[in-house]
Write a protein that binds this ligand. Structure first.
Ligand SMILES: *Cc1c(COP(=O)(O)O)cnc(C)c1O
Length: 218
């Protein structure tokens, strides 16, 4: 099946209010162009260098999502065009995003990445830290949290995945009552997006199920 067909098949299965981010990391420009041609505008990358290289070569109306772990010293390379940073996972990074936003005179939208998996390799704040940060929002006028992002444990145990997504959904809904600007719940990748949908994710990040397997794994 072509990339376009694979994308369309997933897209058609989703409720209208769910945003499907096509995760194009490691994939060539031509693959992105194929989806662009059928109207897709939301693309996700996890490395700053790859993201900036691709953005330079592709149309300016693409909405670029930075979904991977972000080093503070690289924020400056994406601050003037990135659409949404999904991986705001620590205070020091948020400070840096704020600083670069101020320089660019641009409010940068971010998702608070919350750690729900029980693997050491997954980044994210715990619930307490996320709450602390939301309380201090006023200190960072050039960073605007518009939701949360979480990655479930990489396991075949669907129930465990569902429990992790549910935990984040409940936290998200509770915070949303206090901070109505929180609108996006980014959960679910190729292997678990159907479970994420059950837990009311409204933004999915799908790579290999659209573009095919990657040659090296992130
Ligand atoms: C690579 C990646 C994805 C997409 O993974 P697939 O399994 O290929 O769908 C989603 N989210 C993040 C943070 C990623 O790094």
């Amino acid at each position: 099946m072509s990339i376009e067909k694979k994308y369309q098949k997933i897209k058609d299965s989703l409720p209208k209010d769910v945003t499907l981010v096509a995760v194009s990391k490691t994939k060539p420009i031509e693959d992105i162009e194929k989806l662009y041609a059928i109207g897709v505008r939301d693309f996700g990358e996890n490395k700053v260098q790859e993201l900036t290289e691709k953005a330079k070569q592709l149309p300016k109306d693409i909405r670029w999502h930075m979904i991977g772990h972000l080093q503070s010293n690289k924020v400056k390379y994406i601050a003037n065009f990135v659409h949404l940073i999904h991986s705001a996972d620590r205070q020091s990074l948020i400070k840096e995003i704020n600083k670069r936003g101020e320089q660019e005179k641009r409010i940068i939208e971010v998702l608070i990445q919350v750690k729900i998996a029980d693997e050491d390799s997954k980044f994210g704040m715990n619930f307490q830290k996320a709450e602390d940060w939301l309380r201090k929002l006023g200190n960072y006028p050039f960073v605007r949290p518009v939701g949360m992002m979480g990655m479930a444990t990489n396991t075949d145990d669907d129930e465990k995945i569902q429990n992790e997504f549910a935990e984040l959904r409940l936290f998200f809904e509770a915070q949303q009552k206090k901070y109505p600007q929180l609108k996006i719940l980014s959960m679910g990748m190729s292997s678990d997006y159907e479970i994420a949908l059950q837990e009311k994710a409204n933004m999915l990040r799908v790579g290999s199920k659209i573009f095919g397997e990657r040659n090296y794994d992130e």
